[in-house]
Design a protein around this ligand. Structure first.
Ligand code: SF4
Length: 344
């Protein structure tokens, strides 16, 4: 380990930019202070891996409007409640009388729906490959229990197409810390085509500081080589969790998805299959992405084009108590993490 730390600290080769594509990695890197113990020639940048951050404003607007409809309640994780749409957040809607319930698990909506059968409960289904199996389980239970008053407003996304988009449109990235949680479901092989296409190494990494440092070491050593290293073998396999993949495929199918600051990326999301369309709350139309604050630069932060410090609002008008964009709301957001950990 000492050898790894020394190597990363004393690295004096070509400057490198390494992107972590997972909000949990962004948080772990920021908490642990890793950027301050490695060479300034290795620049760590955050990518589009925070599910709340990449959600477009029209999705929030739709949730806000659903919460105000008679006989309808929106159910969501806490982070999403504070994200502004083009005018309001779900918290604002609740203050105006909107029906908004916060839960800790999507499965909680089953109890709500059974207790109030006259009401329609719309779950704000955001997330990546990691959370999709839970939504599939939820639908399975709803079907089994005959609960027809549950809907999903989906903003479910998949990682490889957005990494492809970042490489093709942004470029300048020499290595990826591949998302650990996503890889548990998808398997590490998923990143092979991208590694080969762009001759960029990927390291599937755990979340402990030592695991991240070892992954960074591997990426520096593998620079310019299109290979995938699974450095999280205790939980990640080459093919992933096939049972979970089958479960997701039973209820969902691939579709284009809108990403904050990036527009619609083909095949970068999943939607309900036609046979389960009765559980959908109108997810297909949600592609508009007008920012609540016109100076917010979340889109550029999410693609690694700028660091949060380069946004003119960072630490001024925009801080965790007064967030102007989604990246300052979520605890996995780059702006939030850079702010609370004073990351450079
Ligand atoms: Fe948006 Fe705030 Fe981040 Fe600027 S600092 S990009 S306004 S979230």
């Amino acid at each position: 380990m000492l050898k790894v730390q020394e190597f990363l600290k004393q690295y004096d080769g070509e400057p490198m930019r390494i992107m972590e594509v997972c909000g949990t990695h962004t948080a772990a890197i920021s908490h642990s202070g890793i950027p301050s113990v490695i060479s300034p020639k290795i620049r760590l940048i955050s990518g589009p891996g925070c599910p709340v951050c990449v959600t477009v404003t029209s999705y929030i607007d739709r949730l806000v409007s659903l919460s105000m409809e008679p006989g309808c309640a929106v159910v969501s994780f806490g982070d999403l409640l504070r994200v502004k749409g083009s005018a309001r957040s779900l918290n604002d809607a609740r203050a105006l009388g909107g029906q908004v319930r916060m839960v800790y698990s999507p499965m909680d909506v089953l109890k709500l729906a059974a207790a109030e059968p006259e009401k329609t409960f719309v779950f704000a289904a955001v997330g990546f490959e990691t959370t999709a199996p839970v939504y599939a389980l939820l639908l399975g239970e709803a079907v089994r229990a005959g609960l027809e008053n549950i809907r999903l407003l989906t903003s479910l996304k998949t990682m490889p197409p957005v990494i492809d988009w970042v490489c093709a449109h942004q470029g300048g990235i020499d290595g990826f810390l591949a998302p650990g949680h996503v890889s548990v479901i998808t398997g590490s092989d998923l990143f092979e085509p991208l590694a080969r296409k762009y001759s960029i190494p990927f390291a599937v990494s755990g979340f402990e500081p030592e695991q991240i440092l070892i992954s960074l070491y591997a990426l520096v050593r593998l620079r310019g080589r299109g290979v995938v290293k699974n450095l999280y073998p205790s939980v990640v396999t080459a093919r992933g969790n096939v049972q979970a993949q089958r479960l997701v495929s039973r209820y969902f199918e691939p579709c284009g998805a809108a990403w904050r600051g990036m527009g619609v990326i083909p095949n970068s999301g999943i939607r309900l299959r036609p046979e389960f369309a009765r559980f959908d709350a109108g997810s297909a139309e949600l592609t508009q992405d007008r920012g609540f604050h016109s100076a917010c630069r979340c889109g550029q932060v999410l693609t690694g084009a700028i660091s949060p410090h380069e946004c003119p609002l960072f630490g001024r008008a925009c801080a965790p108590q007064t967030p102007q964009g989604a990246c300052m709301v979520s605890t996995e957001g780059s702006c939030y993490q850079y702010y609370v950990n004073r990351r450079d």
